[in-house]
Design a protein around this ligand. Structure first.
Ligand code: 2AM
Length: 476
């Protein structure tokens, strides 16, 4: 009676899970669903109106109600919950069955689980899914990692639920084995942090240096969205800024507490960069910016003690650019920050790929991020072209020249911000990264001298081959 059984099983009915199930069912696939808390399953079944969705109230029921070999998607809380569900499922699984972790798991956990399950003959895939709740329902961007065999088999289903790139192709790709899909998703989230932080910095400047109100700033963003910055995040920024408050007078944005939360993937990408020695200051500063924002009470106290207000008074309205010049400064600075965030993210991916033997196709990522996901942006069209011609993105001459041409704007904006005591971590770190990368003589020679002085760590010379050590306190 296998033909009465569901095509796949699905575990985890929080909003993302519910939406993903609805998306799958709407494409004609039958899904048996299970959630740890049965009441949620019951409620969901009552609200969704689809013949393709059937409930299961135990994991063994779920496994009995799907076709063999079993294909089960997990969308449960990242971390221990995934291991618990896998352990509970194992007695019901046989060789050739497959689990697909669609959640935001850490790639190292995915690597570990892949090895564990592969030994038991179970196919395992860590699948990065981006697009938030709306994306899950109407089409996310999907970064498939793990078993290639499983990918080929479920490709039709997963393709049908994904969004579309600029050419109309599905925003789905096979990224690479074991943790590669979740790694790509992690880098995606790191870039997302940086883009959001850069946007908030532009808002900060327009609000606190140019004293524009939210609707004026919304107009600037709406305008920016018509140009090369055209993207989902710039578009929704205009919406967020324009939103009126339901509870009081005025704009909602002015009532939102300036303490940003985070769920972890932003810090994972920074940890990975620190572990493999890749410069990722732009993405990492975006994570720190959220951490800094948490110290609200300290910020209030220190603001009173500082001379910031005087600085502001002194620099207020001095030689500020007009609106047209301002538009260019902000546009160029955001573009540089966005491009460099992608460049750093891709550099990290290339490093991780080499270390893990993943063979990630970066150009495919620039394609599948064009639709469905939070970082979808017009500039991915350009980036796709650049990733096709050169592996090390920053060395692509055309891309470099384009960024180089916009750096004077970012430099001017960063100076303006500094003179107003306005911290712009992502924008200023974009400049810092650029200035470091174009300098053939960094002061790290002195670091090497100091290291050799106190720790005999040795150094290399600029004028001859070899490894050298000096007795620094010799009197000569
Ligand atoms: P719940 O509704 O029973 O809490 C996001 O938190 C999703 O992960 C929810 O569907 C939640 O189920 C599920 N989840 C969290 N921890 C779990 C666990 N230890 N076992 C199974 N499902 C879990």
């Amino acid at each position: 009676m296998d033909n009465q059984k569901a095509d796949i099983g699905f575990i985890g009915l929080a909003v993302m899970g519910q939406n993903l199930v609805q998306n799958i069912a709407s494409k004609g696939f039958s899904v048996a669903v299970y959630n740890r808390t049965a009441a949620i399953t019951r409620e969901y079944i009552e609200t969704v109106d689809s013949e393709n969705i059937s409930p299961a109230y135990s994991l063994s029921d779920l496994c009995n109600s799907i076709k063999s070999p079993k294909r089960i998607m997990l969308m449960v809380k990242a971390g221990e919950a995934v291991d618990e569900v896998i352990d509970q499922l194992l007695p019901n699984l046989h060789k050739g069955d497959a689990l697909l972790d669609m959640g935001n798991s850490n790639y190292k956990d995915t690597q570990r689980r892949t090895h564990q399950l592969t030994e038991k003959g179970i196919l395992y895939s860590g699948v990065g899914v981006s697009g938030g709740e709306e994306g899950a329902l109407n089409g996310p961007s999907i970064m498939f990692g793990g078993s290639k065999e499983l990918f080929t088999e479920v490709e039709a289903l997963i393709k049908s639920i994904s969004a579309m790139d600029f050419q109309g192709a599905a925003t789905l790709t096979y990224v690479g084995p074991d943790g590669a899909g979740h790694y790509a998703k992690m880098v995606h989230n790191g870039i997302e942090y940086a883009m959001m932080q850069a946007i908030s910095e532009a808002y900060f400047l327009l609000r606190d240096v140019f004293h524009k109100d939210p609707s004026e700033i919304a107009a600037v963003f709406a305008n920016l969205n018509e140009g090369p910055l055209n993207s989902y995040l710039i578009q929704i920024t205009a919406d967020v800024l324009n939103k009126r408050d339901d509870l009081t007078e005025g704009f909602l944005i002015d009532k939102i507490l300036d303490v940003a939360e985070q769920k972890g993937t932003g810090s994972w990408v920074s940890i990975s960069a620190l572990e493999n020695g890749t410069a990722l200051n732009i993405l990492t500063e975006a994570v720190f910016a959220r951490s800094l924002s948490a110290d609200k009470q300290t910020r209030i106290k220190l603001a009173e003690l500082s001379t910031k207000n005087e600085l502001e008074k002194n620099s207020r309205d001095k030689n500020l650019p007009d609106d047209k010049q301002l538009h260019k400064l902000v546009e160029d600075s955001l573009l540089v920050s966005f491009y460099l965030a992608f460049i750093q993210g891709f550099h990290l991916l290339a490093k991780a790929e080499a270390e893990n033997n993943w063979q990630i196709n970066l150009s495919e990522l620039t394609r599948i991020w064009q639709g469905g996901c939070i970082i979808r942006a017009e500039l991915l069209k350009d980036l796709k072209r650049y990733t096709e011609t050169k592996a090390v993105l920053i060395e692509n001459e055309e891309l470099f020249k384009m960024i180089n041409g916009k750096i004077p704007s970012l430099r001017e904006l960063a100076l303006m911000a500094t003179s107003h005591a306005l911290p712009l971590p992502v924008m200023q770190n974009s400049l810092l990264y650029f200035d470091s990368m174009i300098n053939p003589n960094l002061p790290t020679n002195l670091i090497q001298g100091l290291r050799d002085y106190f720790g005999a760590h040795t150094y290399k010379r600029t004028d001859r081959e070899g490894i050298f050590h000096t007795n620094w306190d010799d009197q000569n």
